[in-house]
Design a binder for this molecule. Structure first.
Ligand SMILES: Nc1ncnc2c1ncn2[C@@H]1O[C@H](COP(=O)(O)OP(=O)(O)OP(=O)(O)O)[C@@H](O)[C@H]1O
Length: 638
């Protein structure tokens, strides 16, 4: 549960002065360390306050909630893209303007100054009296222009990438928060694979796409400006070059953009499937090894990976094909212009060819590299946003916990709830459990016992009736859940360690003897998902974690079935009926001997309450399920 370290070094950018920021001097220490020893996670600085995941997550969440409300009012689909735009538009536009300055304006002027500079060395200019002064002037201008372009380029690209990084972090934070609120019903779908893939893969596109997005409006302006400059240099011949450049790039880009969206969707789906498959395999690795199913499962994974790689192969080839276009576009266009200019009877000079080579180099960079890259990354980022939207729209847990002063621990009235749209799992449920009562839920397999606990936890949403729960809830699941850490950490979980309480709980959960058997007592490490423990030990540690939490209501899903009768009696008498006395408790169980000791029993069958009351009341009313349990017990005793 603990990542093991915290970043401790303050970010030097915070205290850096203007010059240090301008030349990135604040980073030199880190680079030096990197050159000497390589950089490890411990060397990294604390993020700036404005890059903090909590701050960014809060900001985006605010706009996302506003977007949800607006979409509901206007009866349209909510858009994460709109929320993202509202969150980051300020800084993004400012640095977009700086990008326009260097990419759109200053870069386009560079070849013009270069042309003047080259002209100063041409023979016919030798008569010019101020030739030297102009040479210095244009040379200095060129140098100054290059310096400004370099500074603007680095700082605006860095800040725009930072905006992309912020969008990635904010989206990851928003999805993480959503994942914690998802109902069990939503978790049952393909969600976990999708979440992992989105956070580790899809959202990375934001960092890359952020500096590129401005090219959508800057490049058309740049093209107009450069076309004008080329026109000034070579007149009508410029159209041949710009036309050739447009033909070689725009249609290809359109096709590329469409194809890359389709392929990205396919790759993402196949990666989701593989990640889900792998996580299921790892979860069930014990069973797979036990039945020696390694080879067939290896084949399944290989097939999934092959299908994924096939799509990645197509994407890479498409990228390769397009990159090969960019290599000859610049030369071909320059060739067209020069030939056209010559055929129209003009004389070609060095200043014209040099400046035009530069103009076409810029055009080629923008039209054949930046623009298509922006189209491709934009399409991929859009797919990521759409996929994130799907998760953000999934059903959430209902928060039904109330704190009222009345004596009602749990009250469920006329509730109808279902996991799927086809069938109702719980029907017309009426339960009232006063504070401090010990209530047992019994019923055949699949009758809905665990579903009632999920309903109380707010994990199963209901479409009719009311559920009110008065107080804090602790829950012990039917399937024990353990994480990789010490046994003690598995029990205290996220609560504070209280020696006395902990010792009591170890005692009532019959764990003392087990701790003596462990090599390091309760400090023994639990292996991945508790593989080094027996089923009974896992169930008791899982129960102990729920009991350790100071709560008003304890929901215990069949904790006694994984242990022998002797231990089950100890758990019931010492823990459930003893230590937790005075708390509201719901115990799911199949064991008749405990039903005699509880205050209230609910008999469930097919999602309907077949009967409820004390043990004697139910036996007197000939409850079929209790009769069945009693008969079974008699048979066992014989
Ligand atoms: N997370 C879930 N998603 C979809 N359906 C579910 C989910 N959990 C339970 N169900 C369905 O709800 C019905 C009731 O299941 P539930 O687990 O509540 O029964 P149960 O009485 O606790 O059974 P058992 O004694 O085996 O634990 C079953 O048909 C089951 O398939």
């Amino acid at each position: 549960m603990d990542s093991g370290f915290n970043l401790a070094k303050n970010n030097p950018k915070k205290s850096a002065n203007f010059l240090s920021k301008l030349f990135f001097v604040w980073l030199i220490k880190l680079f030096r360390r990197g050159v000497k020893n390589g950089i490890s996670v411990q060397d990294l600085y604390l993020p700036m306050a404005s890059d903090n995941s909590k701050t960014l997550g809060n900001k985006l969440e605010r706009y996302w909630i506003m977007e949800l409300e607006e979409a509901q009012k206007k009866e349209r689909k909510p858009s994460l893209l709109r929320a993202l735009t509202k969150t980051f538009i300020g800084t993004y536009l400012l640095h977009g303007f700086f990008m326009f300055l260097h990419l759109g304006l200053l870069r386009s002027f560079q070849p013009v100054v270069l042309s003047f500079f080259v002209q100063m060395f041409a023979e016919e200019e030798s008569s010019n009296e101020h030739k030297k002064t102009y040479q210095y002037l244009y040379g200095g201008g060129l140098l100054l222009l290059t310096c400004i372009v370099v500074f603007l380029y680095h700082h605006s690209t860095l800040e725009l990438s930072r905006a992309g990084m912020k969008a990635r972090i904010a989206c990851s934070s928003l999805l993480y928060r959503k994942a914690l609120r998802l109902s069990r019903k939503s978790c049952g779908t393909d969600t976990s694979g999708q979440l992992v893939n989105l956070m580790s893969n899809d959202f990375l596109r934001f960092d890359l796409v952020a500096p590129m997005l401005h090219t959508f409006w800057i490049i058309p302006i740049q093209i107009l400006l450069i076309t004008y400059f080329i026109w000034e240099e070579v007149g009508v011949s410029s159209l041949a070059g710009v036309g050739a450049m447009c033909i070689l790039t725009i249609p290809v880009q359109g096709v590329m953009g469409k194809l890359s969206t389709i392929l990205r969707h396919k790759v993402a789906d196949r990666t989701d499937y593989r990640v889900r498959l792998m996580s299921e395999l790892i979860n069930g690795i014990q069973v797979i090894k036990m039945y020696v199913w390694e080879k067939p499962f290896e084949k399944i994974v290989q097939t999934a990976r092959k299908r994924e790689i096939k799509m990645i192969w197509y994407t890479s080839h498409l990228k390769g094909l397009y990159n090969s276009f960019s290599v000859f576009t610049e030369r071909v266009t320059l060739y067209f212009v020069v030939i056209c200019y010559y055929l129209l009877g003009n004389r070609i000079t060095a200043s014209k060819v040099f400046s035009m080579a530069q103009f076409f180099n810029i055009l080629q960079l923008s039209m054949a590299i930046y623009f298509p890259l922006a189209v491709q990354l934009g399409a991929e980022a859009l797919v990521a946003v759409k996929r994130a939207e799907e998760i953000l729209m999934l059903e959430e847990r209902q928060n039904i916990v109330k704190r009222t002063e009345d004596n009602k621990g749990i009250s469920i009235e006329r509730v109808q709830a279902s996991w799927t749209s086809e069938q109702h799992t719980l029907k017309n449920l009426n339960i009232s459990i006063p504070t401090g009562m010990l209530c047992a839920i019994v019923g055949p397999v699949g009758s809905g016992k665990s579903s009632i606990l999920q309903l109380i936890l707010g994990e199963l949403n209901y479409d009719k009736g009311t559920v009110s729960v008065n107080g804090e809830i602790a829950y012990a699941s039917q399937e024990p859940w353990l994480f990789v850490s010490s046994v003690r950490q598995n029990i205290i979980y996220i609560e504070n360690y209280n020696k006395k309480r902990y010792a009591n709980i170890v005692d009532v959960c019959a764990l003392k003897k087990d701790f003596q058997l462990f090599p390091n007592g309760d400090k023994t490490l639990v292996g991945e998902r508790g593989v080094s423990l027996s089923g009974g030990q896992r169930a008791r540690i899982n129960l102990a974690r729920a009991i350790y939490k100071e709560a008003d209501i304890y929901l215990l899903d069949d904790p006694l079935s994984a242990v022998d009768t002797h231990v089950a009696n100890h758990l019931f008498d010492e823990c459930i009926a003893g230590y937790l006395r005075g708390k509201t408790r719901i115990l799911v169980t199949h064991q008749l001997q405990f039903l005699k000791k509880v205050d209230h029993i609910i008999v469930l069958n097919g999602g309907i309450i077949e009967g409820q009351g004390t043990f004697t009341e139910l036996m007197n009313s000939n409850s079929p399920y209790l009769q069945f349990l009693a008969k079974k017990e008699e048979e066992m005793e014989l």
